[in-house]
Design a protein around this ligand. Sequence first.
Ligand SMILES: Nc1nc2c(ncn2[C@@H]2O[C@H](COP(=O)(O)OP(=O)(O)OP(=O)(O)O)[C@@H](O)[C@H]2O)c(=O)[nH]1
Ligand SMILES: Nc1ncnc2c1ncn2[C@@H]1O[C@H](COP(=O)(O)OP(=O)(O)OP(=O)(O)O)[C@@H](O)[C@H]1O
Ligand SMILES: [Ca+2]
Ligand SMILES: [Ca+2]
Length: 576
Amino acid sequence: MATAATAAAVPAGGRPYRYRRARPRCGPPRLHRLRLPAAAAAAAASSSPLAPSTPAPPPEGGGRLVAELVGAFNELTERMGEELATSSSSSLLFRALKLALPALRDADGGRALARALAVAASLADLQMDAEVISAGILREALDAGAVSMRDVKAQIGISTAHLLHESLRLKHAPSKLYVLDDESASALRKFCLTYYDIRAVILELALKLDMMRQLDDLPKYLQRIKSLEVMKIYAPLAHAVGAGNLSLELEDLSFRYLFPHSYDHVDQWLRSQESECKALINLYKEQLLQALKADDELKRIVQDISIQGRYKSRFSTMKKLVKDGRKPEDVKDILALRVILEPRCDGTSSDWGPRACHRTHEIIQALWKEVPGRTKDYISRPKENGYQSLHVAIDVSEPGKMRPLMEIQIRTKEMHRFAVGGDASHSLYKGGLTDPGEAKRLKAIMLAAAELAALRLRDLPDSDRGVGNCKNPAFCQLDKNGDGRISIEELTEVMEDLGAGGEDATELMHLLDANSDGSLSSDEFESFQRQIELMRSLEDEDDHYRKILKEKLHTVDSAGLIHVYRKELGDKLLVS
Ligand SMILES: Nc1nc2c(ncn2[C@@H]2O[C@H](COP(=O)(O)OP(=O)(O)OP(=O)(O)O)[C@@H](O)[C@H]2O)c(=O)[nH]1
Ligand SMILES: Nc1ncnc2c1ncn2[C@@H]1O[C@H](COP(=O)(O)OP(=O)(O)OP(=O)(O)O)[C@@H](O)[C@H]1O
Ligand SMILES: [Ca+2]
Ligand SMILES: [Ca+2]
């Protein structure tokens, strides 16, 4: 591949992770591209908020390795959030990146590294700890034979090595024989959850998501086998462990490869109205929030109100359409809102929760057109499994503009907690688990594993020079002796770890050391980071414009019709 390897992957529920390889080691240098940020910054210096204060050209050669390391590190720690990115976690992540980057950057035309970082981003978005994220980065390097388990143990630590060991065992668990039969698939899912470290299961799920995003590269028969495996084993597993968004994306991707024609119909229908419906969801959400907050009765009995919105996934829509042959206009939850109310705790009356929900229902009735006969009050009459919520369907069509219905679920925070994690949990509802005890047990194991990891990665007051002092985690990783400056020795060490020579370190120092005092202050390092960010944002913009242009230049048939699906097809797809 002659140009920079650029991988964009949309992690479940998160923004896309984009790994950009600065410059391939072989092939023609991309000078015009490398110069672009500085030139663009100079041209737009007065107007663009992206313009860096120092429009120096970005570093070449070995310096690019450090830029890649710092760029990837910053992106991942940002995704993890402050609470998870303690200094021990940051240090672990930094070591994993330092080991993986040189091992992977030339593998598979740069794509191996892009994959490793996309997996790491998915795990960070799922709020996994640094051990799991590091294992995610290194798994690709292990598979490629570029690092050994011994390297991982010595340089990263025993816990990450253990996770990798478990994930490798898991990788070999399924076989075609299991997947083709629903009972075996169900047994295998249980086996995975019982016998393997649950964090390794989540790592495996992130790896599967990445594999599914790259499926176009495989021959057709392999695409189908892998998709079937994902549909029967991994997507329900993701539901079962509560990784909801990840499971939806896994389902949609496997649906696309297993039933391309059906997928096209659903996709076209949903896509044709997607941006309008999503805008509508946001608008309704805002309107409703304002109306609820302004209501005197709610003010008296409720202390917090939140509203979530969602547009239905491809596979979930398809299942409904084929389940009982209903028409698209009868699927009542293509657009959806969920109101979660927290009653005041000083309430003397125990029915403030239900009252708040019913009051919310009245406010919705006053605002919009409720579809008669579609309301379900599981608050007055809870479902057998204890699920409580009030569901209404709203007609959001306008004269001359038919739209799918909008479902609004109304519940208290406590009811919501039960719907997510209790006996009526979503993992049971959708994850193919039948035993409430099992869902609770899984949750307990997962929490215990996460707690243990948090304990291991907790920063002791006197360790690592203290978390509070480190305003710039990437700088602190490079400033090994903690004297507040990056010396040439410190820079050389990291560059050698990355596979570059000492002369590259001198060159980079020369480029970044604005006051020529022979070391880098945090200010000098920050302007280097701003350059890295600028390069990344320019490519994001390019991607954004490319998508808009692609859509504008290829007009899609907006009247895509859903055909009637056979019931058997729907039944076959339902997870046992
Ligand atoms: N967590 C959880 N969610 C539930 C449960 N039952 C229903 N829901 C949620 O409520 C939605 C609507 O449920 P109902 O109002 O009972 O509608 P339905 O009869 O299933 O009809 P359709 O949604 O049209 O298939 C579901 O799509 C879920 O989002 C449950 O037992 N547990
Ligand atoms: N009304 C809603 N408002 C906001 N989020 C919702 C709403 N209904 C479902 N969700 C969430 O959307 C995600 C996908 O749910 P999806 O629509 O596929 O299934 P479901 O509504 O739970 O079940 P079903 O397939 O029976 O409709 C889940 O995380 C679910 O909790
Ligand atoms: Ca130093
Ligand atoms: Ca200096």
